[in-house]
Design a protein around this ligand. Structure first.
Ligand SMILES: [Ca+2]
Ligand SMILES: [Ca+2]
Length: 230
């Protein structure tokens, strides 16, 4: 019989297949040397076992983006979502050991974080803040039954004065702008005279523009005339 210790980690190998051999030695050989594993078995039997490694909560949530940063304008609406945080935990899926929730490390009058989705939301007006650079600390924690682990990240939030928001001054808002729509539409039109000497006017035109209501069409045409003698 052999024995020993090995390290096992569910996150590396979650299941093992083990074959156990029970060997009955010859009575004379067993008496000569009980520790000789090379003795032939007088009889043996094997059993296969499947060993499933149970999980322990030995992993910390890991933020997918470390130290994210966002820029806000001071007139951003209250209730605006500003960034979604995400953290993963490599303990057994769908267990409390890997279930991650989010919270602010310290209460904030300006921001909140959704415990399940990780969305950070603006809860107050920033008008009084005007221009500033803020730091918000968010905690991601698992819910292991015996021990819990938590990780923290900071969010760098830059607030710009709404006075600096770019504005479109020309053209005025809701103004109507005329543009030319060009198509590559082609058509061929042919006139044929009915006298003895046929005159054929071939006209190949391209549509170059039209009004938006399609009432007026402009074509660029190339005329070709030649006579055909019988
Ligand atoms: Ca965990
Ligand atoms: Ca684990």
């Amino acid at each position: 019989m052999t024995s020993g210790t090995v390290s096992i980690d569910r996150e590396i190998t979650s299941q093992y297949q083990l074959t156990v051999l029970a060997c009955q030695h010859h009575a004379s050989a067993a008496a000569a040397d009980d520790d000789d594993d090379d003795d032939e078995c007088a009889a043996n039997i094997t059993r296969s076992l499947s060993i499933k490694v149970l999980d322990v909560n030995d992993n910390w949530p890991v933020f997918t983006t470390r130290h994210p940063s966002v820029t806000l304008v001071s007139d951003a609406r209250r209730g605006s979502r500003i960034i979604q945080l995400s953290a993963t935990d490599s303990d057994a899926p769908a267990t409390l050991n890997s279930l991650v929730s989010y919270r602010l490390q310290s209460a904030s009058q300006l921001f909140s974080v959704d415990a399940l989705t990780g969305w950070v939301t603006l809860t107050e007006s920033l008008i009084d803040v005007e221009e500033a650079e803020l730091t918000l600390w968010v905690v991601a924690e698992d819910h292991g039954s015996l021990v819990q682990h938590a990780s923290t990240t900071d969010i760098h939030i830059k607030v710009l004065s709404h006075q600096r928001r770019p504005r479109i001054t020309e053209p005025p808002n809701n103004d109507t702008i005329l543009v030319t729509q060009v198509h590559t539409h082609r058509y061929t039109h042919t006139h044929t005279a009915d006298d003895a000497s046929h005159v054929t006017d071939c006209c190949v035109c391209e549509l170059v523009s039209r009004t938006t209501d399609s009432c007026l069409w402009w074509f660029s045409c190339v005329h070709v005339s030649h006579k055909i003698y019988k």
